[in-house]
Design a protein. Structure first.
Length: 444
């Protein structure tokens, strides 16, 4: 039954996407972020829905005349250069014969990210994308939070199989990144019951993140909560909610959760933490040896660790977006990766400044603030996870840069309107000169 339902939904989206590529992009985001086919057990589980959605969207770009405008900004240029550089490093990859599956997956995600920036160009498009991300990830956050409460926090919350957020730590960081987007919708939604539902969803996502038993998520939720409070209006109600909710959830969790969180202070005795430090050391040594191109994708094996790791036999994944990029794409790749985040943040600051005190653009001001909070959650939480190619951070770039372009277009339109309404210099026609009286004369 689930297979049929998911297939019917996809077919309906494909039908709409033929005429409107923006619908196709939203369908792609839903499939690639939520992985709804992984919730089925039959033919839909491995069916290439994402590839089909991408193909129809690209076809729609060719046959339709919908408005398309790509935002050329420092953030988008950095993203394009980053994509280009990953292709260069792939040519020099240590395990060249093994990189294709991950390279192909990453290139598809980032290519469709560029397409999304070209296609989504209205206020409605921006809001639809936020809602698509909220529904796609909120499903797992709300479900995970309810599961944690129902089981007394005795079990770990996991994500959809075969996705970037399958692991409990990754799902936790994703739901923490989603909370600011829920907050944006809650602040801008007109329907009272929808706003109340969004508040409940925020709380359940926080519970889900804590129920993941992820130490990185705990650090991320603390930093995210602080910035969410500083970036939000009506700070007192939000502060009261946090003061009540967070201690309640922490006290609700069993002793084994507290024991795991306490290992943050004794990481020298934790094998998982030591494995991460060893992986970071490997990435650093590899980058020093190959500073421009790094090792390429798929460098986490015995041979590479035997050559570069402080403890050659302790093989681990990168467990940090920063060391992941450094090891795989060298110092140049890390610089471009950090530049994307830096310039996206700068775009958010520009939006906040340009929309301050403008009621018609209050939604953009709020969105930029909340997207910056999501960036903080990603920068802190993913510092301990291999999530450099996860979709959500790149859709944050899309939202920020498309919103910035929208505001610039509005400013240009307003300037044209003002210019057209401004009276020009008064011109006296030759025929009118004959009726101008000389000194001492009257028209009568």
């Amino acid at each position: 039954m689930r297979d049929i339902l998911i297939t019917l939904i996809v077919l309906w989206i494909l039908f709409k996407a033929v005429k409107h590529p923006a619908v196709g992009i939203l369908g792609w985001v839903w499939i690639s972020v939520m992985n709804p086919h992984r919730l089925a057990w039959g033919f839909a589980y491995d069916f290439p829905f994402a590839m089909l959605m991408a193909a129809v969207t690209l076809l729609s770009l060719v046959i339709t005349k919908d408005k398309r405008q790509f935002p050329v900004t420092p953030a988008t240029v950095s993203l394009i250069l980053f994509i280009f550089w990953m292709n260069i490093t792939s040519l020099f990859a240590i395990n060249f014969d093994q990189i294709y599956p991950l390279w192909s997956r990453v290139m598809k995600i980032l290519f469709m990210t560029l397409v999304a920036m070209s296609v989504l160009n209205t206020k409605q498009h921006i809001r639809w994308l936020v809602w698509t991300l909220v529904v796609s990830l909120g499903y797992y956050g709300v479900k995970g939070g309810a599961f944690t409460l129902a089981t007394g926090g005795g079990y770990t919350v996991w994500g959809p199989a075969g996705s970037f957020i399958e692991e409990n730590n990754a799902l936790a960081v994703a739901t923490i990144m989603l909370i600011p987007m829920l907050r944006y919708l809650q602040l801008t939604e007109e329907n009272l019951w929808v706003r109340r539902g969004l508040v409940v969803a925020m709380g359940l996502c926080a519970v889900s993140a804590i129920g993941s038993y992820s130490r990185g998520a705990l650090i991320a939720i603390v930093s995210m909560s602080f910035f969410l409070w500083t970036k939000s209006p009506r700070k007192l109600p939000l502060a009261l909610l946090m003061i009540i909710l967070i201690p309640f959830v922490v006290l609700f969790m069993p002793q084994k959760w507290e024991d795991r969180m306490n290992t943050i202070q004794t990481y020298q005795q934790d094998s998982s933490a030591l494995g991460r430090l060893n992986a970071w050391g490997m990435a650093w040594n590899l980058a020093v040896d190959r500073p421009l191109v790094g090792g390429g994708f798929e460098i986490y094996d015995k041979e590479v660790f035997a050559r570069y790791a402080p403890e050659p036999k302790n093989v681990h994944a990168a467990h940090s977006i920063y060391f992941q990029i450094l090891g795989e794409h060298g110092f140049v790749g890390l610089f471009l990766f950090l530049a994307i985040g830096f310039f996206t943040w700068r775009s958010g600051s520009w939006i906040i400044r340009e929309t301050r005190g403008k009621p018609d653009l209050h939604w953009a001001n709020t969105l930029a603030r909340m997207l910056q909070v999501s960036q903080i959650a990603y920068a802190t939480g993913a510092a301990f996870l291999s999530l450099a190619y996860f979709d959500l951070p790149y859709y944050i770039v899309v939202l920020m840069e498309v919103t910035k372009l929208y505001i610039k277009n509005q400013q240009e339109e307003n300037s044209r309107v003002v210019s057209s309404q401004r009276p020009g210099p008064q011109v006296i026609r030759p025929a009118e000169l004959s009726v101008i009286p000389r000194e001492g004369e009257s028209l009568g």
